[in-house]
Design a binder for this molecule. Sequence first.
Ligand code: SF4
Length: 470
Amino acid sequence: MKFTAASVLAVAALLSIGSDAFAPSSSRIVVHRAAAPQPLSVSATEELSSADTEERKPTKKEKRLEFMKETTFHRKGFKEVRDNVEKNMGEQFKSSLVDELKSNNYVIEKDGVRVHLAKDFGFCWGVERSIALAYEAVEHFPGKKVHITNELIHNPEVNDRLHDMNVQFIEKLDGDANSKDFSTVGDGDVVILPAFGASFEEMSLLNAKNVDIVDTTCPWVSKVWNTVDQHQRKGLTSIIHGKYAHEETVATTSFCEDYICVKDIKEAEMVADYIVNGGDKEKFMNHFKKAVSEGFDPDTMLNKVGLANQTTMYKKETREIGQLMQKAMIKKFGPVDAKDHYSEFDTICDATQERQDAIHELVEKADELKLDFILVVGGWDSSNTAHLLEIPQKAGVRSFHINTASCIGADNTITHRTMSGEIVTEKLIEDIENKDKEVIIGVTSGASTPDKAVQDSLSSIFLLKKMSSS
Ligand code: SF4
């Protein structure tokens, strides 16, 4: 779902935010900064209660809220440069071809190729907001050295733009997301936190420096941090469905006390089995050694668990993991007491869910539409894009995940990333020289993919078909 002015205003009204920040514009990307489809519970749970905190040590979330009160901590962008940034983003990312597809009921025919576009695709609200905040920061602080703690989002073009704007990417030491060289950040500099957030340790370190912090963390990501904070308060161990080394999960686990990350249903089954039957502790810990909190003890810490996830995981799998954990607790503690041992909040963001639903719809119609293949466009590091590929692949529909238009070769080949993460090249279209045979494709793109990248990829296919059959 893209946000209409009406839905934006309705959410804004609920949040009691003025409407001037999100006037729609047909020729620009409109950054509905104040109109996030964010869970309303975020603001409610972000309030600190002194009665709640006076008797105990503050949680990491409460400390983060203290950092956010500093006048050097910026989360709302800079109004005076907003118009210019919106204009630049429109020029960089929008696509006339994608606009045409949308206004033509998501279908187009060109040069012997028919394209069906998924109903939801491309930039999500959180990504647009994050890019806008980062661009505004660069314009608002002219002459200052601006750093970013990680890639802003998983899209090569957007990160290249930031490089071009002279934003300094803080170096990872030995490629480890947990260990970075902050020595380059000096007094008076500006530091941008990316869409998937920064770890508690990084925020503490930056809070102690004399710098301006521009926080572009998506509110859906901080909703997950609120969830793991609730786990901590209730004495639950967080089971996080996510990849332990992914930047978002690194940030989330930094706000946990006790946690274990499971990347898929297979690992969740190992945890569920340990909950019910116990087992070889050494073997278990050896498997999960990088995916657990310090001092993790599966014999004592898996008795009461709560589920949370990386916002971009495959929703169906998160549901299955939830059911698995519930069943494990029922087996171990009986149906009545199980509820005291398991807690679940849905932390998959709407944008992820909507894009997954839309490609499901395309996959279901693949035979009826006679699709030759489905093209999934997005950064190869992008978790949400990789999950979009899983849906056609698991349904046996030919599909390719490409990161840029250059993956389409003039020799009728495609270089793509498989579900297992390999980059392979293969022949793209059978019988391409046949003038009478129309090529029919489905297309979608990840939440961090500009429409322009979809346009460029489709244009390469149009050109390939045109040249091959002329
Ligand atoms: S995919 Fe979801 S969590 Fe990630 S930036 Fe977009 S809206 Fe936020």
